[in-house]
Ligand binder design. Sequence first.
Ligand SMILES: Nc1ncnc2c1ncn2[C@@H]1O[C@H](COP(=O)(O)OP(=O)(O)OP(=O)(O)O)[C@@H](O)[C@H]1O
Ligand SMILES: [Mg+2]
Length: 332
Amino acid sequence: VLKKKVSKTREMLGESQAIGKIKETIDRVALTDARVLVTGANGSGKELVARWLHEKSHRSDAALIEVNCAAIPSELIESELFGHEKGSFTSAVKQRIGKFELASSGTLFLDEIGDMSLSAQAKVLRALQENKITRVGGEKEIDVDVRVVAATNKDLLKEIEAGNFRMDLYHRLSVILIHVPPLIERRDDIPLLTKSFLEEICTDYGMPVKKVSEAGMEALKALPWSGNIRELRNMIERLIILSDKIITDADVKAFANPTSPTIATAEVTAHEPDFDNFKSFQEYKDFAEREYIKFKLEKNGWNVSKTADDIDIQRSHLYSKIEKFGLKRGEN
Ligand SMILES: Nc1ncnc2c1ncn2[C@@H]1O[C@H](COP(=O)(O)OP(=O)(O)OP(=O)(O)O)[C@@H](O)[C@H]1O
Ligand SMILES: [Mg+2]
């Protein structure tokens, strides 16, 4: 397995002014019940902000319940958020408690709120105005005590203008606004983040901690980082696997994302991985397969049919590989 899950909230690293300000804001508002809207690009650390807001609040003994609004079909979101009574619709075979209730005395994290349908927005607005919800197919109103933190990578003011997002909901959600700037606006945090990821990942793999040469660090700082901190972490993991003990600028250039303009594909094929890092032939084969499939998916804009065609395997087979390796769009 290439990735492990860490359950504890990781430290928010960074010496940049931006991170300092964000931490200060978290400290100030965590203890209140004020709603917070966290904005920022993919992988910039929005979820981490939400987790710390919960962790530092009086609610930290209760749960942080997360809802990915983009991942739930609009016809199911109401039941997901508010729950339903048995028999309220065809597939409602038993009663279900929704996320608002589950988050009671804790924090409800509405992730990707900018992707929520207008009809769901109307219902969420009502719940926020009244601190009460009604289960789908239910009669009684249920009081809920939740602190809501929402996040989005969209520009909600633009979405409002385009008629995709409700202004009144925006105002309800954005009592406090926290914007997480992209990594390129805080490049000076890259060395610290890199060091921490090196330690964490090497320790996870049970290998001595690798280092990045000075030129290597400069090369890292110069990359475009469109996937922000998540991309940096994935890149470090890749470098650990593919480079020798000292990661050089040549390694960085060779293994930077295929989509980034700074590298030539020839360099990638010219450089061979550090085979000593793989405990078995199988482990290496899995690695190679994963990297190959990831590269091809990216290249084909994550169009699975097209990619399957491109590499000449069955679409269903490709789906099972994506599942097996836990590949996700945007996670390089
Ligand atoms: N300041 C930081 N210090 C250490 N790790 C960080 C920092 N910011 C983010 N990370 C890590 O980077 C990864 C991406 O962060 P996170 O999931 O919070 O981003 P996000 O903005 O929610 O991304 P997305 O828009 O894709 O949902 C996570 O593994 C997170 O722990
Ligand atoms: Mg997120």
